[in-house]
Ligand binder design. Sequence first.
Ligand code: ZN
Ligand code: CU
Length: 484
Amino acid sequence: MQNQRHTRHDIAFRHATIVDGTGAPRFAGDVAVGGERIVAVGDLGGASAAREIDCTGRILAPGFIDVHTHDDNALLRDGAMLPKLTQGVTTVVTGNCGISLAPVTLRAPPVPPLDLLGPAGDFRYPDFASYMATLERSGLPVNAAPMVGHTTLRVAAMPRLDRPASDREIAAMQGLVGECIEAGAVGLSTGLFYPPASDAPKEEIVALLEPLAGTGAVYTTHMRDEGDHVTESLAESFETAGEAGVPLVVSHHKCSGRENFGRSRETLAMFDAARAGQDVALDAYPYAASSTVLLDAYMAKAERIMIAWSEPFPDISGQYLDDIAAEWGCGEADAFQRLKPGGAIYFVMDEADVRRILAYPHTMIGSDGLPHDRHPHPRLWGAFARVLGHYVREVGLFTLEQAVHKMTGLSAARFGLAGRGIIRPGAYADLVLFDAGRIVDTGTFEDPARPAAGIEMVLVNGQPVLADGTQTGGRPGRALRRAA
Ligand code: ZN
Ligand code: CU
């Protein structure tokens, strides 16, 4: 064993305030990085490093894990991943809400909401392993932990989608799921709210989850209903995961529509009750507005709607539907139909529910950012910084340690990301250095694509990807496979 005094590290973070991702209180110390790992935490003594970073007055935390993304294609297409890097995210979980880029090859335009991921030509992965290999080859600035989407499986295996899958189709999809799990997928997602996936009964999902049992892979769901029938949908989700014997993550939990404001009291009590008998968690983003494709069911629930993109009217992005309708001299419902296909931001939630759900101990932070939208919801660039700046510092909703845990340790444990989400010797050096007094989201609904303030340095697998607020161009990210 090497004498500590003669040890030379690659990077030494000195005099940091360490928030280690476990939820434990912060402590003062140094962190040394050697290669892709954290090699020492605490007092580094006489050890030196090729790169010394003075962290006085700064927080050093594990890199944030965005458990709810639609970055499947952004990782390959844009590659820079600036919306994520600039807010300290070092790992993205992809394939949420039933939609993943693999395993399917498409010649016809993808059905909504699959079209959120890109055009037909980008769906060119007949199996999950080839997608994982492409991610690895392309060189990623952040790590990616992909899931497989139920809607993608249906498109791959069913000639007609507006009905339950037949036994033969279920068998074909199970074969695909098996291959995805074998290739390292961290979970299977559904978007049962969305037609045509909404035609899939619970039994279809239970059958498709069979290959996940015992592997640690999770079932995540954008539930059939997040409004008037939110409690029925929760019950269905608990039953589905329970019957299949797999851990459950309820996606972007919310209570949509004025009539349902306040019902998070009821839904979180249901989570508590379910957790007594099964493995159940949830994710949420820190905003009272949702965002997805243009869907009538959403329009009916929204207080106000902003258009994120419209294929027939590309220049209308960022305008409110009521203004558009006034200008066109028609009703909002009419204008909404004419704007399709497209996407929107829907103001549908109660701030008190948003806070109650964020503060729930088993809630992880996920952005649900839509990277290809022309005028995206500000969550894409701001979700993590908003939790730390607005909800921790300004509102005092929970402690910094609790918030960081919801973005790191809790998330890594849930998705089986071994050696991530924690600062301790031997863990991967995914790290973020930030100023807790300054960190905040800077985007707004009107002007959403703005980098967060207060993030000073981001390391992925031991390599700086962001330094002094600027991208280094490093591509140390990996395709992460589920831990055994
Ligand atoms: Zn969703
Ligand atoms: Cu989503």
